[in-house]
Ligand binder design. Structure first.
Ligand SMILES: NC(=O)c1ccc[n+]([C@@H]2O[C@H](COP(=O)([O-])OP(=O)(O)OC[C@H]3O[C@@H](n4cnc5c(N)ncnc54)[C@H](OP(=O)(O)O)[C@@H]3O)[C@@H](O)[C@H]2O)c1
Length: 506
């Protein structure tokens, strides 16, 4: 392998939304921080017919519009590194001129054979592009590393994911594949690992002996915006649960890795996926809830229902809300329910993990507002990133009234350093060949396997209801029924980490 970090960064789907909103602004930010190699070229590839100058000017606008970093003084020198090549993705013959173009770039810019190919096209092309690249030898690592970054979704169900896996592994090695899950690039998700394994106080409690249940919420207040056409073929289960939220659950539940080597961390994550208790078809009805938002009025504004959104089938049965209860069958978690819920048009935008601890064995203090299971650790992924511990405290005065109080830490207090975006972090790691924060093939396949019965039942069986919920509420009321213990409800988080309650400030 050539000991040189120079490389060409090739983006397929370069005329698209993701390239301009996330990828190029993130690359510019790395450039400003001097984190790109000195010898570096970015080659945008799409069907659209642009000259280098057209494409550069579009990317300049994008960097200014979707600012990742305040310093814009280096944009003109950065865009000199950007080039463009038009191809027809499905036409093998156009990969020869692509290869020639890359060879010219290498010679002109003195770049070795290292190449990153980023697939930011419609998912239907994730199999064919790598196959065509291999047909012209662009998967060969003889003259330098070749890596493929693959956007989500990786397949539409278990069958299509298996087909894609086999297509990719025919010409590429597993270590060349970087499946992006931008949740794993978030500082606060990585901090879950650090919180758990850099502190002695959490691990002894982090198990079935002390934890009653684990709740993971990812709520969005917006609807499907302009993505109705795409979303209607996907839905909340595929869009959020299959990838992001099961990954967050796995990091919450994993054993301590033996080291920080990518393989050690990924092995532990995979074991969690392998320990997910399969949901039997007959249990889908009791272990899952699906919903779809209905028109409503929020703060005097009329909000369209999902079926009225642009690009959505007026008879659509695609879920915009999904909640699921499951178990992880191992010694640490045996019998502890995990609850995941996600939805669009919920009251606020929030993602968090809540560890609910078991109540004390003997409930001594019966006066005051304390509930029997008061201890919660809230790990906030976004917004107001941080951690919150809830515990019981004596209310000052006579007697022994006890109330719930909060102890909170806000991530923003930790440092004045800027927090890199998930894409910036993941792009940088992929350049360094660090696959820790990328999903491995087996993880993705296990996640599809686990959700297959749910997908099947939601598609086929008429007796798994699709509940409507008014936009701006916390989803179908019946979602509370998922939680076995009737004295417990979902947490109703607010924008501010320290607040909760169904009527709190959003
Ligand atoms: N946008 C996001 O925030 C986001 C977030 C997470 C994941 N993703 C994933 O990232 C990928 C790219 O997202 P995007 O929003 O940038 O997609 P996009 O704008 O719809 O498409 C990217 C580019 O692919 C080409 N393309 C579109 N339809 C095509 C077709 N039928 N056949 C061949 N080429 C086609 C277009 O370029 P030409 O017409 O010039 O060829 C387009 O500019 C998608 O798979 C998406 O699921 C996106």
């Amino acid at each position: 392998m050539i000991n040189d970090d120079s490389h060409i960064y090739v983006i397929f789907g370069a005329s698209g939304d993701l390239t301009k909103r996330k990828l190029v602004p993130a690359l510019y930010s790395l450039y400003v921080q001097d984190l790109l190699p000195e010898k570096f070229a970015l080659l945008g590839v799409s069907r659209s017919d642009f000259t280098d100058m057209d494409f550069r000017s579009g990317m300049k606008k994008a960097i200014n519009a979707f600012k990742e970093i305040d310093d814009t003084s280096h944009i003109d020198s950065f865009i000199q590194k950007i080039h463009y090549q038009s191809i027809q993705f499905n036409d093998a013959s156009t990969y020869h001129p692509l290869r020639q173009r890359m060879e010219i770039l290498r010679t002109d810019e003195e770049i070795c054979g290292n190449t990153l190919f980023y697939l930011s096209t419609p998912p239907s092309l994730y199999g064919i592009i790598p196959q065509h690249l291999a047909s012209v030898g662009l998967n060969s690592q003889e003259d330098g590393w070749k890596r493929l970054i693959i956007e989500k979704p990786f397949g539409y169900d278990l069958e299509s994911a298996m087909i894609l896996k086999n297509q990719l592994l025919k010409d590429w090695q597993e270590e060349q594949l970087f499946r992006i899950d931008h949740y794993l690039g978030k500082e606060t998700v990585q901090n879950l690992l650090v919180t758990r394994f850099s502190n002695g106080i959490f691990e002894p409690l982090w198990n079935r002996n002390y934890i009653h249940h684990v709740e993971i919420t990812s709520a969005e207040s917006i609807g499907v915006e302009k993505r109705g056409g795409y979303y209607d073929t996907s839905g909340a289960l595929r869009d959020m649960v299959q990838n992001h939220l099961l990954q967050v659950a796995a990091i919450t539940a994993m054993e301590s890795p033996s080291s920080l080597e990518p393989v050690a961390i990924r092995n532990e994550i995979l074991k969690v996926f392998q320990s997910l208790r399969p949901i039997k078809k007959e249990d889908v009805k009791t272990n899952t809830i699906r919903g779809q938002y209905l028109a409503s009025t929020i703060k005097s504004e009329t909000i369209a229902g999902y079926r009225q959104e642009e690009g959505v089938d007026p008879k659509s049965v695609t879920e915009t809300y999904a909640a699921i209860k499951f178990y992880i069958d191992n010694w640490r978690w045996g019998g502890v329910p995990f609850y995941i819920r996600t939805g669009k048009r919920l009251p606020t935008r929030v993602t968090e993990v809540v560890i609910h601890f078991k109540p004390t064995p003997h409930f001594l203090f019966t006066s005051g507002s304390l509930s029997s299971s008061c201890n919660q650790l809230v790990i906030r992924i976004q917004p107001d990133e941080g951690m919150l511990m809830k515990f019981g405290m004596k209310t000052p005065g006579a007697g022994f009234d006890v109330q719930n109080v909060n102890m909170d830490f806000h991530y923003s207090d930790l440092t004045h350093q800027r927090i890199p975006s998930a894409y910036e972090r993941l792009i940088y790691d992929s350049m360094k060949g660090d696959s820790t924060l990328f999903a491995r093939t087996e993880e993705v396949i296990e996640a599809w396997k686990f959700l297959s019965p749910v997908i099947e039942c939601w598609k086929d069986e008429k007796d798994v209801p699709l509940y409507g919920y008014p936009a701006g509420t916390w989803g179908p009321e019946t979602a509370d029924d998922l939680i076995e213990d009737k004295s417990i409800t979902w947490r109703y988080p607010c924008k501010n980490l320290s607040d909760d309650g169904i009527y709190c400030e959003l």
